[in-house]
Design a protein. Structure first.
Length: 338
């Protein structure tokens, strides 16, 4: 079931109800990974980072974007720290925004000698959420996602962690990221409430979510293992599909055509031509291709430039015909439809 649409005002991003919640959220999500100095390392979050985060939040809100996506590991925690400091610069702003973060990834040598790993133990989930709350300077998280599947996970332990966090008022809703249909079904079996989101890599170039259905029973070398049933599971169970890297780091919308593969170049030329014809930025076309899908996909933008939100916000006003949508898909596939 697709989230119910709510009309946009003044050309801003449309709002939808996040499934299984009363949260009215923007269809486009602001990704916060690049805040706090990014991944350069050794950065101490200060006033400049707080000011950048404050401008980022304000720019997103101006474009109608009120949903912000984090992870405890982004910029080694500095992204959350910068966001929290920026949020604190505008008292009373917290109720107007929806904050989502993720947990479960643990870096190598934390502590010393430990390998890079994933950790869905009850203790780590709870401690990670509490750390995010401190850095974000908020009393609660609207949504907490499990970041990447932990092969050693136990459903009962995860359910206990979720119950502890919810009972304490620290987390209101839960979801997952990078999980397939079987993993979602397994986890849901142990939970008393529905998962509300699954964040996956989805874009015109990473179109496995549609390729899985198109290439089934075709013997295609491009058949994407792992997507089988995931799209359908989310649609049948009201799990919001969130697309990370929806613009493929800007490849189709801004990179030189000569640097692309033949399929990428064909997709980029068609996409940019459509943008000129419809009078919108190329980013809007790339995002609108995802928005056109009836699953109600919610793109997570990676920009920290408030000025780019307006360009991306235009995506929700773009209307694609079925023929236009398939033309872009076929170009990106690099081969005819079966």
């Amino acid at each position: 079931r697709r989230a119910a649409g709510i009309a946009a005002e003044g050309g801003a991003v449309e709002k939808v109800l996040l499934p299984h919640t009363d949260l009215e959220v923007s269809r486009v999500i602001a990704g916060c990974m690049k805040l706090g100095g990014g991944w350069t390392g050794g950065v101490v979050v200060g006033e400049t980072h707080a000011a950048q985060a404050s401008a980022f939040i304000a720019g997103a809100l101006d474009a109608g974007v009120n949903y912000f996506d984090h992870a405890d590991v982004y910029a080694w925690g500095n992204a959350e720290e910068a966001f929290g400091r920026g949020l604190a610069l505008t008292p009373g702003l917290r109720p107007r925004i929806v904050i989502q973060t993720k947990c479960g990834i643990r870096w190598k040598d934390e502590p010393a000698g430990a390998p890079h790993r994933y950790d869905f133990s009850r203790g780590h989930i709870v401690a990670s959420a509490e750390g995010s709350l401190r850095r974000l300077k908020t009393d609660y998280l609207d949504v907490l996602l499990l970041h990447r599947p932990d092969p050693l996970w136990e459903g009962e332990e995860i359910a206990a962690a979720f119950a502890e966090l919810k009972a304490a008022g620290k987390v209101r809703r839960f979801g997952v990221s990078n999980m397939n249909a079987g993993q979602m079904a397994y986890l849901q079996h142990f939970l008393d409430e529905p998962l509300v989101a699954n964040q996956l890599q989805m874009s015109l170039l990473h179109h496995g979510f549609v390729e899985a259905g198109i290439s089934f029973n075709q013997g295609s070398e491009g058949y994407p293992q792992g997507w089988e049933g995931a799209l359908e599971y989310c649609r049948l169970n009201g799990v919001a599909l969130q697309a990370w890297s929806p613009l493929d780091k800007g490849l189709l919308v801004g990179a030189p055509l000569g640097s692309m593969s033949p399929a990428q170049r064909a997709a980029a030329e068609l996409l940019r031509g459509m943008a000129a014809e419809k009078g919108v930025p190329p980013e809007a076309i790339a995002l609108a291709w995802l928005l056109r899908h009836p699953a109600g996909i919610m793109p997570v933008l990676g920009t920290t430039d408030p000025g780019r939100f307006a360009a991306c916000a235009a995506a929700t006003s773009v209307r694609f015909s079925r023929e236009e949508w398939y033309s872009l898909l076929e170009a990106a596939r690099g081969r005819p439809m079966p």
